[in-house]
Design a protein around this ligand. Structure first.
Ligand code: FES
Length: 93
């Protein structure tokens, strides 16, 4: 399988923030796919069900004063999303 086959179609990269670091990731994809885009090997080999069952992909999004837990495999990325905490299973590089 080609790497490009795993991503939903996208025309551009958008900027999000992961633990205070700015990253550019493909629009129109779930957060977990975006993590895979950033770190193909560790996410591809990680313990992820990709369908909402395991919760190993949980991240916390900061939204003004609050933090909200979401499943990265079920959450579509959006511009300027800010991830402030992540499950230990998510290893980027
Ligand atoms: S990867 Fe299992 S719940 Fe998201």
């Amino acid at each position: 399988m080609m790497e490009n086959d795993i991503f939903e179609p996208f025309e551009r990269l958008i900027e999000i923030e992961i633990l205070d670091e700015r990253c550019r990731v493909p629009e129109n994809n779930t957060l977990l796919r975006c993590f895979q885009f950033l770190s193909m090997k560790t996410i591809s080999l990680g313990e992820f069900c990709w369908n909402g069952d395991c919760a190993n992909c949980q991240v916390w999004l900061a939204d003004s004063a609050t933090e909200k837990p979401v499943l990265a495999c079920r959450t579509k990325v959006s511009e300027r999303m800010k991830i402030v905490r992540m499950s230990r299973e998510i290893e980027l590089k």
